[in-house]
Design a protein around this ligand. Structure first.
Ligand code: 6CS
Ligand code: FE
Length: 265
C-alpha cells in the first residue's frame, strides 16, 4: 500500500506514523494464537522472560511460525517502510514484546539506534520499526509512549549502565533495566518542546517509528494483556559492521532485500 505524501511528511516531521487497524481481526487472532506456541519454549535463547517467569519477548518468531513470517513480508508493512526509508530493506530484527495482565514490566525511555549503532555497528539510523498492537491497547495497559520529533537529534546523551566490571549481558539490552537510557534532561527538554504522545489503538494498529525516536512504555497493571509484534527494517545499504558480536536473532545476517507480497490469511 502506498503512503500519501502527507503521511510521509508526518513521519519525517514526527518520527512516528500510526495507521489504525492495518491488520484485520482474523489476522490478529492468528498472530495471537501464534504467541501461545512460544509460551512453553522459555528455555530457548531467543525467548526472554521477566523475573517472575512470564515471557517478555520472543525474538525471530518468523523462523518457526509461518504467520509471523508472512506478516514480515506483507506489502502493508514493506511498501510504507520502502517509502519512509527511501531504500530497499531487509528484516533486521523481529520480536514479540508481551505485557501480561497485572505484571507486564515497563520499558524505560530509550532510543533503539543506540543499541544498533554501539552493539551491532550499524553506520546510520536509516532504520525503522513497526509495532503491531495485537490487543486493543488503552492507556492503562502500557501502550507505546513517544516524544514526537525526538528522532532529529541523533543518539543523544544517555545513561550508560554497563556494569563496572564490564559484564554486558543481553538482559541489559532486552530486560526492564536497560543499559542505554536517554538522559533525563533530554527527556525533559524535548517533552517541554514537543510534548509526549501516548499511542492507544485497536488491535491490528501499526505504529511506524524512527530508530532514533525517544520511546518508552509503562508497566501493565490492568487485567488485560498488551501483546505486540515489532518488526525492524534496515536499508540494504546500511549493513552492521560487527558481523558476529550479537546473535542473529537480534541482528539478522540475511540481508536479502524483501519484495512485497500481500499476506493471504
Ligand atoms: O538491543 C536491542 O536490539 C533491543 N533493545 C532495545 C532496548 N530496543 C531495541 C532492540 O529491541
Ligand atoms: Fe525500543
Amino acid at each position: 500500500m502506498k503512503l500519501t505524501e502527507k503521511q510521509i511528511e508526518a513521519f519525517d516531521r514526527d518520527g512516528v506514523l500510526v495507521i489504525e487497524e492495518l491488520f484485520n481481526k482474523e489476522e490478529v487472532t492468528e498472530m495471537k494464537s501464534g504467541i501461545l506456541s512460544f509460551e512453553n519454549d522459555k528455555l530457548l535463547d531467543n525467548v526472554i522472560c521477566e523475573e517472575n517467569g512470564d515471557v517478555r519477548s520472543v525474538f525471530a518468531p518468523d523462523k518457526t511460525n509461518a504467520t509471523f513470517h508472512r506478516t514480515s513480508r506483507d506489502a502493508r508493512l514493506i511498501a510504507p517502510a520502502n517509502d519512509l526509508l527511501r531504500e530497499d530493506i531487509y528484516l533486521y530484527q523481529y520480536k514479540l514484546n508481551l505485557k501480561r495482565a497485572f505484571s507486564g514490566k515497563a520499558w524505560e525511555w530509550h532510543q533503539d539506534f543506540a543499541y544498533w549503532q554501539l552493539d551491532d555497528g550499524v553506520p546510520n539510523p536509516d532504520m525503522l520499526s513497526v509495532m503491531l498492537y495485537l490487543d486493543d491497547t488503552r492507556s492503562y495497559q502500557g501502550p507505546l509512549v513517544v516524544i514526537p520529533g525526538s528522532h532529529k537529534y541523533g543518539v543523544v546523551e544517555f545513561n550508560s549502565k554497563i556494569h563496572l566490571d564490564g559484564t554486558d549481558n543481553l538482559m541489559n539490552s532486552l530486560g526492564a533495566d536497560l543499559k542505554y537510557t536517554v538522559h533525563e534532561r533530554n527527556i525533559r527538554d524535548l517533552a517541554d518542546q514537543c510534548g509526549i504522545q501516548v499511542i492507544e489503538g485497536k488491535a491490528g494498529t501499526a505504529i511506524f517509528f524512527h530508530s532514533n525516536l525517544f520511546h518508552s512504555s509503562w508497566g501493565n497493571l490492568s487485567p488485560y494483556s498488551r501483546d505486540t509484534a515489532i518488526l525492524t527494517y534496515n536499508s540494504v545499504n546500511n549493513l552492521p559492521k560487527f558481523k558476529d558480536k550479537r546473535p542473529d536473532y537480534l541482528c539478522a545476517r540475511d540481508y536479502t532485500p524483501i519484495v512485497t507480497e500481500m499476506a493471504v490469511i
